[in-house]
Design a protein around this ligand. Sequence first.
Ligand SMILES: CC(C)(COP(=O)(O)OP(=O)(O)OC[C@H]1O[C@@H](n2cnc3c(N)ncnc32)[C@H](O)[C@@H]1OP(=O)(O)O)[C@@H](O)C(=O)NCCC(=O)NCCS
Length: 154
Amino acid sequence: MNIRAATAQDAPAISEMLQKLVAAGKRTARADIEFVRENYTDNPVGIRCCLAEDEKGSLLGIQSLIHATEGNRYETPVGWGIIGTHVSPDAARRGVGRRLFECSREAAIEAGLSKIEAFIGKDNIVAQSYYERLGFETFRHTDTAVCKVWTRES
Ligand SMILES: CC(C)(COP(=O)(O)OP(=O)(O)OC[C@H]1O[C@@H](n2cnc3c(N)ncnc32)[C@H](O)[C@@H]1OP(=O)(O)O)[C@@H](O)C(=O)NCCC(=O)NCCS
């Protein structure tokens, strides 16, 4: 598995993978190319969008890490990071998510973040287990989500 930073040129392949997640019932948000560019590969408040691909260059998953800025839609405290993970249904539970976080964690430390928040659907038990496994801890709940936080070791 190869891990690298995603670019705008990856947006069509990322969109295709997100559409597979929608078809598999694992995603309800938009999955079009414009959405991918705005939110993941070319987000003006993006820190790094890490991408995992197999030896043939097929996309396995992405993880986006962005700055929580004033007025962010998740109401994450300003100055923290916000993370989102999307692994292809064809590549689930093979360690892709875990490898992606090594990349994002490095980016978070380089960016000087001390906290990262994940906003997870309250019924999304797999994603909750995933983030817990990476050391994220429950920080708050909303009507629809559980928010888990990673804290940099001092
Ligand atoms: C959640 C998600 C990112 C996990 O990615 P992944 O590459 O499958 O995860 P990994 O193989 O790296 O697994 C890491 C850990 O996550 C947990 N995990 C992953 N899949 C799991 C499952 N099906 N059931 C229970 N725990 C699971 C386990 O603790 C696992 O560690 P282990 O295999 O040593 O037990 C992936 O399932 C996904 O993209 N889901 C759909 C989109 C989504 O819900 N994203 C999160 C939005 S907030």
